[in-house]
Design a protein around this ligand. Structure first.
Ligand SMILES: [Fe+2]
Ligand SMILES: [Fe+2]
Length: 254
C-alpha cells in the first residue's frame, strides 16, 4: 500500500445535513457532534437534563433563529475528503484547518466537560479521575507541537524543503510517538471512551468528543508521518555529496 492509498483508507466523508440536525434531539447532537455542547451552553439550551427536545423545538421555545443555529452547528461538521492529487502546500493547509484548528477548538470544551463529570459524578465507580488534568497536559503539549510545525517546519516545507529539514521532522516524529502514548493513557482511563450504562448526556458527549479527538489525532499524525514528511526526507537524503547536507547524514563536514 502506498502513502496515497494508505491515506485514503483512513478517510471518510460522512456528514449530516443541517436539515437532519433540526429534527434531532439536543442530547443526540451533543453526543454526535463534538463542539455542539459549547454552542448549547452559550445559548442556554439544556442538552443534559432536557436533552430529549428536538433542535427545532428548542429553538422555538427559546425564540432562537433555527437557521442561524443550524449554520453554527454546520461549521462543526467535518469532512476529511481531499482531492486525488494535492501539493504539499495544499496538504499543509488541509492539516492546519482540519486538524490544528479543530484540536484547538476541541480541547478546552473537553477539559470543561471532564471537570464537570469528575465533580458531579465523583462517587460513581467509573468516574475517570484525573481525566481533566491529563487533557490539560495534552492540550499544552499539542499547542507547543503545533506551534513548532506552524512557525518552523511547515514554512520550510512550503518553500520546498532544504537539506536540514530532516532534523525538525525527526523531532516532530518523536513528539508524535509521545502523543500516541497520551492517547493510550486517555483510552485506559475511559475504557476506550465507552460511557457507563446510564451516563448523563454530558458524560456521553465528553466520551464522544474523546473518541473524535482520538480519531482526529491519529489521522493527523498519519498524514504528517506517512504522506507529508516522506517526500521531503527522501529528497534531503538524495542530495548530492558535493553539497553539505548537515544533520549527520554523511556530509563529512563535522
Ligand atoms: Fe500537525
Ligand atoms: Fe505533528
Amino acid at each position: 500500500m502506498n502513502a496515497r492509498q494508505s491515506f485514503e483508507s483512513t478517510t471518510s466523508t460522512t456528514t449530516t445535513t443541517a436539515a437532519d440536525r433540526a429534527e434531532q434531539t439536543l442530547g443526540r447532537i451533543a453526543v454526535e457532534l463534538p463542539g455542539a455542547t459549547a454552542i448549547f451552553r452559550k445559548l442556554k439550551l439544556d442538552f443534559c437534563c432536557h436533552g430529549n427536545v428536538s433542535l427545532r423545538q428548542a429553538a422555538q421555545d427559546k425564540n432562537l433563529d433555527l437557521a442561524e443555529l443550524q449554520a453554527q452547528l454546520a461549521k462543526l461538521e467535518r469532512s476529511d475528503a481531499l482531492a486525488e492529487e494535492i501539493s504539499p502546500s495544499v496538504l499543509i493547509d488541509h492539516i492546519l484547518t482540519r486538524y490544528h484548528e479543530v484540536h484547538r477548538a476541541q480541547l478546552p470544551e473537553l477539559i470543561r466537560m471532564a471537570l464537570r463529570v469528575e465533580t458531579v459524578h465523583k462517587n460513581t465507580p467509573q468516574v475517570p479521575t484525573g481525566l481533566a488534568d491529563l487533557l490539560q497536559i495534552m492540550q499544552q503539549e499539542l499547542l507547543d507541537h503545533m506551534m513548532k510545525e506552524e512557525q518552523i517546519l511547515f514554512p520550510m516545507l512550503k518553500s520546498g524543503g532544504n537539506p536540514f529539514v530532516t532534523q525538525p521532522i525527526s523531532m516532530m516524529r518523536a513528539e508524535h510517538i509521545h502523543h500516541g502514548g497520551m492517547l493510550d493513557r486517555l483510552n485506559a482511563l475511559t475504557n476506550d471512551a465507552t460511557p457507563p450504562a446510564g451516563a448523563c448526556n454530558t458524560w456521553r458527549a465528553l466520551y464522544s468528543g474523546l473518541a473524535q479527538l482520538n480519531e482526529d489525532l491519529i489521522k493527523h499524525i498519519h498524514l504528517e508521518n506517512n504522506v507529508l514528511f516522506p517526500a521531503f526526507e527522501a529528497s534531503a537524503h538524495a542530495r548530492p555529496a558535493g553539497g553539505c547536507g548537515g544533520g549527520g547524514h554523511g556530509c563529512g563536514c563535522q
